[in-house]
Design a binder for this molecule. Structure first.
Ligand code: ADP
Length: 433
């Protein structure tokens, strides 16, 4: 736009000069006009963001003022000069700000004075000066507004471009990280799978020697040459206890590894609840129960169910062993009864209890309320994780109530017929007593 107006100006000045002179232009004037045209071509090469700087516009305005004055004055123009100055002013206005306009206005004022017929300050000349100043300020104001808007939109465009670039770069980075995470995840899954297989195989391999140890210990204990009150008998019983504890641990590790490997076969069969209680009783009989702990196991006669026996036994034995473990003195009460949604078995103890804070986390694998190496109770934190998984597999649910220092109550509800009930979402609901 600036260059266009400037071309019009150059052509206007040239035509006016030619028309008024009625002859060919003198060489000096043609050189001036040629220089103005050439400067316009040069100005066209300047980058837009630098083009509107005062260091470009200022010299252009000054040079234009000089050459227009020279051309017009030498052609004998007086009053028309103001017209071109006015255009020059407009030119300055569309290109720069108030500061440059003020310079233009001052130049115009000086020119007005210089162009008085006799070179003195006439009334008409004096009137023109404020008029040019007012016009300059008006154009300056309009142009400043336009410039600001252009600046804002340029800035916005710049930011949008930058933002787009940034978003593109981030998206690339995220995609790269996503691919990396997927790769690592796959690696971890493979490693996890290898670990689970290893743990399962190890546990399996450990089972056999433990069976052998227990078999020989049983044989030794049955030997009539080993008196029941002898030290050897005491050692053998101790060995038997430890071997059984190790056997339970290995069974739990194997069960958990099988869950992780997605191997959870179910073999439902019909049995009486009393049969489970009897087996739990036998388990307790084998335990080195502390003297101050009393265990009670109760099931109504004739209470039968069809489910996976081994899994139900695993659930109840884990809960019972925990109850016994965490009850230094007091009672452990296991009761079964018929419920609306199946069979409810509660394992209640008057032991150390669990705090409200810890309650939601006790079903996490390898989680122990007291995880310190100096804790008084053994275990590896897998029992309840296995309990929860088995209860879910049996289509049942589990509730726990506990109060620190007072004891805990785990309540398991399983359907009478496996497959007849609807498994709960999480399989657990906990409540602080
Ligand atoms: P652990 O092998 O440690 O017994 P579990 O998964 O069976 O692992 O139990 C997790 C934790 O929950 C235990 O370490 C214990 O802190 C707490 N807990 C479980 N049962 C009881 C209970 N009957 N009384 C008190 N705390 C219990």
């Amino acid at each position: 736009m600036f260059l266009l107006v400037r071309y019009v100006l150059i052509v206007g000045v040239s035509s006016l000069t030619i028309v008024s002179a009625h002859t060919a232009l003198p060489l000096s004037q043609m050189a001036l006009i040629g220089a103005a045209l050439a400067s316009n071509v040069l100005l066209g090469q300047i980058a837009p963001e630098q083009f509107f700087g005062w260091w470009v516009q200022g010299p252009v305005l000054l040079a234009d003022t000089v050459w227009i004055a020279l051309v017009l004055l030498s052609a004998g123009f007086g009053q028309q000069f103001f017209l071109f100055y006015f255009i020059e002013l407009f030119l300055a206005a569309i290109s720069e700000s108030l500061a440059l306009l003020a310079v233009g206005a001052v130049l115009i004022g000086i020119a007005s004075i210089a162009l008085g017929n006799d070179g003195s300050l006439s009334a008409a000349t004096l009137i023109r000066i404020p008029f040019f100043f007012a016009t300059a300020v008006f154009y300056g104001y309009v142009v400043d507004m336009a410039k600001q808007q252009r600046h804002v939109s340029l800035q916005r465009e710049l930011w949008t471009n930058r933002l787009e670039q940034e978003v593109r770069a981030r998206t690339c980075e995220l995609e790269r990280q996503g691919a990396e995470v997927r790769r690592l995840y796959d690696e971890v899954r493979v490693a996890d799978r290898i670990k689970s297989d290893f743990v399962a195989n190890m546990s399996h391999e450990l089972r056999t020697p433990i069976h052998v140890i227990l078999g020989y210990v049983d044989l030794a204990l049955e030997d009539p040459h080993v008196p029941p009150d002898s030290e050897l008998c005491r050692f053998l019983h101790h060995l038997q206890d430890r071997a059984r504890a190790l056997q339970r641990l290995v069974e739990n590790v194997l069960a958990y590894a099988n869950f992780e490997r997605g191997q959870a076969a179910m073999t439902p069969r019909r049995f009486a609840m009393q049969a489970v209680m009897d087996d739990l009783g036998a388990l307790c009989a084998d335990l080195p129960l502390p003297a101050g702990v009393r265990v009670r196991l109760q099931a109504p006669p004739g209470l039968e169910l069809t489910t996976d026996y081994d899994r139900l036994y695993s659930v109840l034995s884990n809960l019972l062993l925990n109850a016994v473990k965490f009850t230094p003195t007091g009672e452990v009460d296991v009761q079964a009864r018929a419920a609306v949604s199946g069979i409810e078995i509660s394992v209640h103890d008057t032991g150390i209890g669990i705090s409200e804070d810890e309650l939601p986390r006790i079903f996490d694998p390898f989680r122990q309320v007291d995880g310190s190496s100096t804790r008084p109770f053994g275990g590896i934190g897998l029992g309840l994780a296995i309990v929860l998984r088995n209860v879910k597999l049996l289509g049942g649910h589990l509730e726990v109530e506990s109060e620190l220092g007072k004891g805990s109550k785990f309540r398991v509800v399983v359907p009478r017929n496996l497959g007849g009930g609807r498994p709960s979402e999480t399989g657990v609901a906990e409540r602080a007593a």
